[in-house]
Design a protein around this ligand. Structure first.
Ligand SMILES: [Zn+2]
Ligand SMILES: [Zn+2]
Length: 566
């Protein structure tokens, strides 16, 4: 009754940004509250993972049905099905009368890996949690305050369930993710005695959650994702036990249980702002991931084979560590999985694999902290779902390094100029199609477009050889040309770290070559005329000046009042 009969859903607001984290059953009431104002809503939704208790509110979320509302939905990138398909799955005909695509609001989907991005005035950092599905924790910073949302999550090292003992490895990394937060919302599903039967279920104990927040010097922790059979009374008793312990501690962590409808105001403290870190470095994305497996334990090896098979990942098998090492030299796998043995530390010390930046996942009975070259551990016994999650995390952590273009300082003015044209979402027009046809023909390229860079998308006023009407700004090439306000030429996207594993390069439409020339309205760069090819190529000065001419023509057309063209 008090601590919530609903599943996970949290609303967060800054002066001008609305963020919802997780879409559990609590989303229904939140939707009703949002609809009460009667105004259009623009918001962002961060989903930690797509287990049912975190997405089941979506079909019942009123603001998705209303046209004029705009939503950006973010969730961890999977290896197979897209986010949209996963969410649409629970709204198939047999389950629900309205399909996801029939909802009136404009909904955009974004798939995330570990890293940093922005929504409105909020800086968001993501980090993988330890759960039975690939799950992201979110750290949000705005106005000098930091909030971390961290559920569903289990201690990486099981001894830490007691909240005692050294914090190392992945748990240390988790702790750094929570560092100095003004508020942490943390998984606390089990008591320590319950946890003994729930190892590997992907959830924390009260003790672990509090110990991590204490170590991280967080100011407050809201304990959540309680066991469904726990009563309000039991939660109160546990929390008051922790609070009286905490009263004697010097750091003074404020511990409470998150309650239904509870509202907290966070004041700027400037205690917690993470400085810009170096981007995640890595090997280029491989179109098809390949795992090299050197695990003799038949049970573990079979579980891993099954997990890889479920995700359609190819696997090469090596007999022993030495063999794995020599095979890796030629086979270039995206991940090596070894079994811990007496020689493993020596093999890893040779650094042949680590020098190649190939991640190494080691199957063992416990973590061997001396083995620094290990990217991650699979501690026995583990389920197939757990192995699958660790494999996905290893592969995804190392495969993404493409960059979203920066937004300029006068972004709002730029958007005002673009919107002032009244051109967005208008039907195709011959006067623009003529320009993209010419561009494709002059460059002998299969694709060309007039792309206008909106707040969160690029929209094509005209496109030749491309079926899409718009695509996400996250992956947009044109957005880079707009940011630079200059011609952008990418002779071979595979060779350019900003684009080599961009989803538009590794997947459809498989861009290898890009040349884009900016279009201006007054001082504001609003988009480009661009040509694209599936082959790498060079471009000479003469062709480049023709591209500039085409951009100038597009500019003229865009400035013409609509009435002149009818
Ligand atoms: Zn879950
Ligand atoms: Zn959950």
């Amino acid at each position: 009754m008090r601590f919530g009969g609903n599943t996970s859903c949290v609303e967060m607001r800054t002066a001008d940004t609305l963020v919802i984290i997780d879409c559990g059953s609590g989303l229904h009431n939140l939707g009703r509250a949002l609809a009460q104002s009667g105004e259009c809503v623009r918001g962002h939704i961060l989903i930690t993972h797509t287990h049912w208790d975190h997405i089941q509110g979506i079909p019942f979320f009123g603001p998705f049905f209303r046209s004029g509302n705009e939503w950006d939905v973010y969730a961890p990138k999977g290896l197979g099905q897209s986010l949209h398909d996963t969410l649409a799955g629970q709204m198939q005909y047999v389950y629900f009368p309205v399909r996801l695509d029939q909802m009136g609001a404009k909904i955009r989907y974004h798939e995330l890996v570990e890293g940093d991005f922005r929504v409105g005035d909020i800086k968001v950092r993501t980090q993988y949690l330890n759960h039975t599905a690939l799950t992201l924790g979110y750290r949000l910073e705005a106005d000098g305050a930091a909030v971390v949302y961290s559920t569903d999550h289990e201690p990486f090292s099981r001894h830490l369930a007691s909240g005692k003992g050294p914090i190392q490895g992945q748990d240390r990394r988790h702790c750094e993710f929570l560092a100095c937060a003004d508020l942490v919302i943390h998984d606390a599903q089990y008591t320590l005695s319950e946890y003994a039967d729930k190892v590997g279920w992907g959830h924390s104990t009260f003790d672990y959650a509090v110990a991590m927040c204490r170590e991280a010097k967080a100011a407050r922790v809201a304990l959540t994702h309680h066991d469904p059979t726990r009563t309000d009374y039991a939660i109160e008793a546990i929390v008051s036990g922790i609070r009286s312990e905490e009263a004697n501690a010097t750091a003074g962590l404020d511990v409470f249980a998150a309650a239904e409808g509870q509202r907290l105001d966070l004041q700027p403290t400037e205690r917690a702002i993470v400085s810009d870190q170096a981007p995640l470095s890595s090997t280029p994305a491989l179109a098809t991931p390949l795992i090299l497996l050197a695990v003799k334990d038949p049970v573990a090896a079979n579980t891993i084979r099954g997990a890889a098979h479920e995700d359609g990942i190819a696997m090469l098998e090596a007999g022993a560590e030495d063999e794995a090492l020599s095979t890796a030299t030629t086979a270039q796998p995206s991940l090596v999985i070894l079994e811990w043995g007496p020689k493993t530390a020596d093999v890893l010390a040779r650094e042949d694999l680590t020098m190649r930046n190939i991640p190494i996942l080691v199957v063992a009975d416990e973590e061997h902290l001396s083995a620094k070259a290990v990217s991650d551990w699979l501690i026995r016994p583990f389920s197939s779902a757990y192995a699958r999650t660790r494999i996905r995390a290893c592969l995804l952590r190392t495969t993404c390094r493409w960059e979203r273009a920066l937004t300029s300082q006068n972004e709002e003015q730029r958007l005002a100029s673009l919107h002032g044209l009244g051109i967005l979402d208008t039907p195709p027009e011959e006067r623009f199609d003529r320009i993209t046809r010419l561009a494709a023909s002059i460059f002998n390229a299969p694709m060309a477009s007039i792309s206008l860079v909106d707040r969160d998308r690029q929209w094509f006023k005209s496109s030749y050889g491309l079926e899409a009407v718009e695509s996400s700004r996250e992956t947009s090439f044109c957005s880079h040309a707009v940011a630079a306000q200059d011609v952008l030429v990418i002779p071979d996207a595979f060779q350019d770290p900003r684009f080599s594993d961009n989803p538009l390069v590794t997947g459809w439409p498989r861009i290898r070559f890009y040349a884009g020339c900016p279009i201006f309205v007054g001082p504001d760069c609003i988009g480009t005329v661009c040509v694209l090819d599936n082959r790498p190529r060079q471009i000479d000065e003469n062709s480049l000046s023709l591209l500039r001419d085409l951009a100038a023509l597009a500019e003229l057309e865009l400035r013409k009042p609509q009435s002149l063209n009818e």
